[in-house]
Design a protein around this ligand. Structure first.
Ligand SMILES: C[S@@+](CC[C@H](N)C(=O)[O-])C[C@H]1O[C@@H](n2cnc3c(N)ncnc32)[C@H](O)[C@@H]1O
Length: 216
């Protein structure tokens, strides 16, 4: 049976602001528990308000590793004012810009998971460029344009250890189903075509791949 988070962790996930449905959250959690066995950090691209981070943090705690989460906290294209996924409560009244960092910090505090997470505040490719530690899991849930999704893959997949898991969110093979573009689907195909990754599982729009070869 797939590992599942404790009821209080699941409740914290469900109470947190964000977009991930519970079924996909459970699949992410199972992947994080699996990857935690490597004893390496688990990294997320796309923190937003910390909904999915809760699950990575709980799996990291159990494995004795750290969860890392990268975001500039200014929101993706589809989360900006006037777009479908905009939440006016995420706007900083002083700058007039989105700032999801305060809500993220509240989310982790409420869940009691602060000490298991390191938040990396910055642009994903910039952080990836200076990164030097192998990773047990890379969860890609950042910008959904081809530019951003490819940069996340190119920046972080090279740091993924042999046997580590690459998890991609919002993979929609059917253009009828997509709501923020098919760039994550194209990155999923790219990872498979590289020959470096093997399919593990899929749940909703979440895809889990294992690094079974070198390269990206
Ligand atoms: C779909 S949300 C993440 C949702 C989150 N994983 C959850 O479960 O609620 C995407 C996030 O990626 C961030 N983002 C988009 N492009 C980015 C980039 N190039 N560098 C860093 N963060 C980025 C946005 O600020 C946004 O918070």
């Amino acid at each position: 049976m797939a590992p599942a988070p404790a009821p209080e962790i699941l409740a914290a996930f469900e109470a947190a602001k964000g977009f991930m449905p519970a079924g996909e959250g459970l699949a992410l959690y199972a992947a994080a528990v699996d990857a935690g066995r490597l004893g390496l950090p688990l990294l997320e691209v796309g923190t937003y308000c910390g909904r999915s981070t809760i699950l990575l943090a709980d799996a990291a705690r159990a494995a004795g590793v750290t969860a890392l989460t990268v975001d500039h906290h200014r929101g993706s294209e589809e989360q900006q004012p006037g777009w479908e996924y905009h939440d006016p409560k995420t706007v900083d009244p002083e700058t007039g810009l989105m700032d999801t960092l305060p809500e993220f910090r509240r989310t982790l505090h409420r869940a009691g998971l602060e000490e298991h997470v390191v938040a990396l505040v910055g642009r994903s490719p910039q952080v990836a460029k200076v990164w030097g530690t192998p990773l047990g899991l890379v969860f890609v849930d950042g910008g959904h344009t081809d530019e951003h999704a490819n940069a996340d893959y190119e920046g972080w997949a090279p740091h993924l250890a042999e046997g580590g898991l690459l998890v991609i969110h919002d993979v929609f093979p059917d253009p009828e189903d997509e709501f923020t573009g098919q760039a994550p689907y194209r990155v999923f195909l790219r990872a498979l075509e590289s020959g470096a990754f093997t399919r593990v599982s899929e749940s909703g729009s979440l895809r889990v791949l294992r690094r079974t070869g070198r390269g990206v």
